[in-house]
Write a protein that binds this ligand. Structure first.
Ligand SMILES: [Zn+2]
Length: 130
């Protein structure tokens, strides 16, 4: 089998239990790309941003990102099940990260903001304080 994340070949033992279960990633990638819910609370002038992400500072290729986006439902569940009363929800993609002035403009006046992305984007270097 060819791993969809590292594009290396791996061997999977076949048995009746996994006869119709086709593995798409190798065991090393299962460990390396196991999603883990992390969050940071960023104070802003009008309140706080709750920033959730699944992977610490990882540089993903487009193929890896496309495969791993299936785990983004973990973040959706965090947003919906917890129901913390967020005023605004922002998905922080690469475009928005490079144009954080738009986030400042959008989030003016909101107190509790839920922001999420697949990988952690370092906001320390950005001027996000509103
Ligand atoms: Zn792999």
């Amino acid at each position: 089998m060819l791993c969809k994340l590292c594009t290396k070949y791996f061997i999977k033992e076949d048995s009746f239990a996994n006869l119709f279960d086709f593995e798409s990633i190798c065991n090393d990638c299962k460990k390396q790309f196991k999603p883990k819910l992390n969050y940071e609370i960023i104070p802003i002038f009008s309140g706080e941003i709750y920033y959730f992400y699944l992977y610490e500072d990882m540089q993903l290729s487009l193929t890896q990102e496309a495969y791993l986006e299936k785990y983004i439902n973990i973040l959706y569940n965090q947003m919906l099940i917890k129901n913390q009363g967020y005023d605004l929800v922002i998905y922080l993609d690469d475009y928005l990260f490079n144009n954080l002035e738009e986030v400042k403009f959008i989030s003016l006046g909101y107190v509790k903001i839920f922001m999420f992305s697949l990988t952690r984007k370092s906001l320390e270097t950005k001027d996000i304080i509103l």
